[in-house]
Design a protein. Structure first.
Length: 210
């Protein structure tokens, strides 16, 4: 099973080419796509997430690791479908209307995918209606809203109101995050969960999808 540890280590070091080669080798050795994903790729990303939380690595290292992980995931995707490996849940994510910042959102998306979630990325400048409409149409359990500006965080309250208006507030959870946010603000607007960093957001999303 040492090849799975090797995959994990190369993900952590952001070595995309090595990850691709090792994933193919593991498949040739008869290891299942599901096991390669969970014990190799996701395990490596989880460790990077923990180091990010403690301040041992920073955003650039996490992005490089996430790209390496995603390169491996792309090889496994068709095989995971054949094996019937179910995603741990489905979320839609976007930066709220009026805000064009996406580095934080992209980081959260990669961390969530690393945890085995299916993620619908709505991009930036996303209207409240779009968040809720997408969540309903795509059967997402969680809506994840990101904002970097104090002026745009108000849009998150509109997302909560739109979910109430569409009658899905009891079934779809709403997560919020970004520099101007706090747990207090999350409670104030009636959202379900605030996370201070990408790794915590990925863990919280998995819990909310259960």
């Amino acid at each position: 099973m040492s090849i799975l540890i090797e995959i994990s280590e190369n993900v952590q070091n952001g070595k995309m080419k090595a990850v691709k080669e090792l994933v193919n080798t593991a498949l040739e050795q008869g290891i299942s796509a599901n096991e390669i994903l969970n014990t190799g790729l996701s395990a490596g990303m989880t460790l990077i997430g923990e180091r990010f939380k403690t301040g041992d690595v920073y955003v650039p290292e996490v992005l490089v690791a996430a790209r390496a992980m995603n390169a491996g995931v792309q090889i496994l995707k068709p095989l995971l479908t054949e094996e019937g490996a179910a995603a741990k849940g489905k979320v839609c994510i976007g930066t709220v209307q009026g805000d064009m910042h996406d580095i934080g959102k992209n980081l959260v998306k990669m961390m969530m995918e690393g945890k085995g979630l299916e993620v619908v990325d709505l991009g930036t400048d996303v209207a409240p209606e779009t968040f809720v409409k997408t969540a309903i149409e795509q059967n997402c359990q969680v809506i994840c809203c990101s904002a970097l500006l104090t002026t745009t965080r108000e849009v998150m309250a509109e997302v909560v109101k739109e979910a109430e208006k569409q009658g899905v507030r009891d079934t779809i959870r709403i997560m919020v995050g970004g520099a101007p946010l706090s747990d207090e603000y999350c409670k104030q607007i009636g959202a379900d969960c605030y996370c201070a960093d990408a790794a915590s957001a990925a863990d919280a999303a998995v819990d909310l999808c259960k």
